[in-house]
Design a protein around this ligand. Structure first.
Ligand code: FES
Length: 136
């Protein structure tokens, strides 16, 4: 294992053990819930938007280290970002953010929070059916 990937593994473990922005927002612009159908783990994401900027983002739920660390890292990365940054994110951006090789089985874990946050925004914007639950 290279030094670099060891550092990223430590970072993932740290975010898993001490998740940032874990909990709920008092007055979110939107809230969305989604699950990983492979395991049934669920994540809820709250986002507060102000003038197209992500003012705050919080998440809660259960999941493996990758899904929880990914949600925590995503919440840090997107706080203060434009909503376009969230909309433009894809699978590769999330994997880059995590910095480790993700097996195909774990990709759904890695992208769960990102998909929930994106789907929630699309529902909020009226682009997706409000009954839709995100499954990744
Ligand atoms: Fe459930 Fe990863 S095993 S989200």
């Amino acid at each position: 294992m290279s030094m670099g990937s060891d550092m990223y593994r430590q970072q993932i473990l740290d975010h898993y053990k001490n998740p940032r922005n874990y909990g709920e927002l008092e007055d979110p612009t939107y809230t969305h819930v989604g699950e990983n159908p492979m395991c049934g783990d669920e994540i809820t994401v709250d986002v507060e938007l102000v003038d197209g900027q992500i003012e705050r983002i919080a998440f809660r739920g259960d999941g493996c280290a990758i899904s929880q660390a990914s949600a925590s890292m995503l919440s840090e990365r997107l706080t203060g970002a434009s909503v376009e940054e969230l909309v433009d994110m894809d699978r590769d951006d999330v994997i880059d953010m995590l910095g480790v090789d993700i097996s195909p089985m774990r990709v759904k874990c890695a992208v769960l929070a990102e998909k929930v946050a994106q789907d929630g925004y699309e529902i909020y914007e009226g682009e997706k059916d409000a009954d839709r639950t995100t499954t990744e």
